[in-house]
Design a protein around this ligand. Structure first.
Ligand code: URA
Length: 239
């Protein structure tokens, strides 16, 4: 059972204050009776709620895919910088989604946001080894020896030994390379630190895939969309 005002504000009918005013006006009905109180407890899955005579379609969770732009923090709040949540429309922000894992401020690409704590936990847990695929540009040439080192497991500066990772060379030149990296974990600055351990620097990083879900390339940086039911189903099965 949830408070009526919480349900309605979660569903985008306004702030708690606005929703309270709606209820006071008599605009809200629960199972055929005009609601009297904003703190009435209602089971939104069982009761029929009408606002101005129109049925409220209730749902608890939201699942979003964003093409994260550079310069924005993967967090819900920050004192200095814009966050990915600041980029959401009010109708989506009311669900209070948070990013699934983190991308660095300068990393772009696929970021999932949800308010489904259980799915979030499963997707970021090292136990499940969900693959993440990144396209990266590196400041130097990348060679087959590097590919081997990635395959064996790179040791990071703090001594942590990474799981074997896949490094695919798209283009390699003295002045810089283009590669694709697949990792199964998500340590802080992981891809950048893996290359640092080879004395190379990542100069551009874009996440292309999370598990088996690819970034929707029709999304411009900063844009997002809801995941389809099919995509959510796939994510719930990822391991
Ligand atoms: N690895 C990094 O170094 N940065 C990211 O944002 C993601 C993976």
């Amino acid at each position: 059972m949830l408070r009526l005002d919480k349900i309605l504000s979660n569903m985008g009918y306004g702030t708690r204050k606005e929703v309270k005013a709606l209820i006071k006006k008599g605009a809200v009905e629960i199972d055929g009776k005009v609601a009297q109180n904003n703190n009435d407890k209602v089971d939104p899955n069982k009761s029929t709620i009408l606002v101005n005579g129109r049925k409220v379609i209730y749902r608890e969770y939201i699942y979003l895919m964003m093409n994260k732009p550079s310069g924005v923090i993967s967090a819900t709040q920050d004192n200095y910088d814009q966050t990915v949540v600041d980029l959401l429309e009010y109708e989506d922000a009311v669900f209070k989604p948070f990013p699934v894992g983190r991308l660095d401020k300068d990393t772009v690409g696929l970021l999932l946001l949800t308010n489904d704590g259980e799915l979030n936990h499963r997707l970021i847990s090292p136990k499940w080894h969900v693959d993440k695929v990144y396209y990266a540009e590196i400041n130097k040439s990348v060679n087959d020896k590097d590919v081997e080192k990635f395959k064996k497991g790179i040791k990071l500066d703090d001594g942590y030994e990474c799981f074997p990772a896949n490094l695919e060379i798209i283009e390699s030149k003295e002045e810089g390379s283009k590669v694709r990296v697949t990792i199964h974990e998500g340590k802080f600055h992981q891809v950048k630190r893996m290359f640092e351990s080879l004395d190379k620097k990542v100069i551009y990083l874009k996440r292309e895939k999370f598990g088996t879900i690819p970034l929707d390339e029709s999304l411009e940086e900063g844009e997002y969309r809801e995941l389809t039911d099919e995509e959510v189903k796939i994510l719930k099965k990822e391991d």
